[in-house]
Write a protein that binds this ligand. Structure first.
Ligand code: PAF
Length: 283
């Protein structure tokens, strides 16, 4: 695996690879890698791509600076995992390299409705930061395929919109299934911050999502939502939202709808740790 820190160097390397016939598959990350990230790298490789991964802890997407300061960092381990996972190129830019005009100087994008609900409403400014960094990384890497995880469902929609808005629609945005632990907990870098007792009960979020899915033909969403809220609270979580939405546009739904592709989404906090997850509702 080749590691680059400078934009000009990685651009030159990718250009040479592309001209010799290999397309680029890009996996953006903030580090603290886990099997979910590696599955994205694996998918890029399986698709025959030059697998390029970035590790950049983007300061502009943290509305809570405490969350930024406590975000797990494990560069040495990450590099080992990427090598084992078959990654070809790692990009590890500095903040100056990504934001040469300062953090507030980077171009911002308006995601409209998507930025007003769920993660947008509970983390003001978060998607503005995601938009800034992803636009910048895509401009640098110019991938053919972009691999992102379904765990951040709303972020996936924001990134798809960004790709359209910036005229980069030739990039294929490939949304990959959420990687889960044995108890269903969605893999996330933030899981590392859970204490052992917190980790033991954290699978309850997925249990709630499964229950929302399994009751779709038998109950009112409001009733299931209340049961889930109570269960999460009984385990010590503070639910931020338990929501049902149209999976095509994230329009919030007050009840299950026939003939609408739906997604159930949960955000909940335990101690200082905020976890999110979602499932698509099959028929
Ligand atoms: O999902 C993440 O890890 C980040 O939001 C991303 C897409 C790498 C942008 O910093």
């Amino acid at each position: 695996m080749v590691i680059f820190k400078k934009i000009n160097d990685i651009k030159h390397y990718i250009y040479l690879q592309n001209t010799s016939g290999t397309a680029t598959g890009f996996v953006p990350t903030m580090g603290a890698l886990h099997a979910g990230h590696l599955s994205l790298v694996g998918k890029a490789k399986a698709d025959g791509m030059l697998a390029v991964c970035s590790i950049f802890l983007n300061p502009t997407q943290f509305n809570d600076k405490n969350d930024l300061n406590k975000y797990p960092v494990s560069i040495e381990e990450d590099i080992e995992l990427l090598i084992k996972g078959g990654c070809d190129v790692l990009f590890m830019p500095s903040v100056n390299e990504i934001y040469p005009d300062g953090e507030s100087g980077a171009k911002t994008y308006d995601f409209g409705y998507l930025d007003t609900i769920l993660e947008g409403a509970t983390r003001p400014g978060h998607f503005r930061g995601v938009g800034q960094v992803v636009a910048r990384l895509l401009e640098i890497i110019q991938p053919h395929n972009l691999y992102i995880g379904q765990k951040d469902f709303q972020q996936c929609m924001v990134i798809k919109k960004l790709v359209e808005m910036t005229g980069m629609s030739k990039i294929n945005v490939i949304i990959c299934p959420t990687a889960r632990e044995a108890d269903g907990l969605a893999m996330s870098s933030r899981n590392r911050r859970l204490t052992e007792p917190q980790r033991t009960i954290a699978g309850v979020i997925y249990q709630c999502l499964v229950s929302i899915e399994s009751k779709q033909n038998a109950a009112d969403f409001e009733v299931v939502k209340k049961e889930c809220g109570d269960l999460l609270a009984a385990k010590g979580f503070i639910p931020e939202y338990i929501a049902l939405a149209d999976a095509r546009n994230l329009a919030l739904l007050s009840n299950y709808q026939k003939d609408v592709p739906m997604v159930a989404l949960i955000a909940a906090k335990i101690g200082e740790i905020r976890l999110i997850d979602n499932v698509l509702l099959g028929k």
